[in-house]
Design a protein around this ligand. Structure first.
Ligand code: FES
Length: 168
């Protein structure tokens, strides 16, 4: 397994947006007085030829994942961070797929076609985006690429097959 490598200083992260998040349930549907505003920051970096993105939500919650979206290679560092039923997700700017920051799952709402006005259910397509480890020590961030285990869909954009096809 790869070692932790210095990634950047916290101040190098780019401010992306402010996320309104409910303190009690984590949803964005709460009354205003229950909401907390958290600054979302992100940065695209490369390690050993692999582009990754680090996200920091508020001062503590850190995530790292492949920067190229599993669906068609979209730039996740340009996505929006959203709270979807209490799950922090990045919404890809290309086709708006939602990827959970803590698991790499692609999430979607399913609708009962017999009752389209009924409750929507949050569902998972499974883990699609590869996550990496990120740690904060003081004002510095360190990343460890996690490339072992089962393949996930985002691996394709870092594969020889993909680079071969790009040359054709
Ligand atoms: S490339 Fe990300 S949703 Fe299509």
């Amino acid at each position: 397994m790869a070692e932790f490598q210095f990634a950047c200083n916290v101040r190098d992260l780019r401010v992306m947006q402010t996320l309104k998040q409910n303190l009690s349930s984590g949803t964005t549907r709460a009354r205003h007085d229950q909401e907390e505003e958290r600054v979302c920051r992100g940065l695209r970096l490369e390690f050993d030829g692999r582009a990754i993105v680090i996200f920091m939500v508020g001062d503590k919650d850190l995530f790292a994942m492949d920067q190229k979206c599993y669906h068609a290679g979209g730039p996740l560092n340009q996505g929006d961070i959203e709270d979807i039923d209490g799950r922090l997700c990045v919404r890809c700017p290309w086709h708006l797929h939602q990827i959970a920051l803590d698991s790499g799952e692609s999430l979607y709402y399913s609708v009962d076609v017999r009752n389209p006005r009924g409750m929507k259910t949050l569902c998972s397509k499974g883990v699609k985006q590869r996550l990496h480890e990120v740690r904060r020590i003081g004002d510095k961030l360190f990343v460890q690429l996690c490339l072992s285990g089962e393949k996930v869909d985002s691996d394709y954009y870092y594969s020889e097959e993909f680079y071969r096809q790009m040359k054709c």
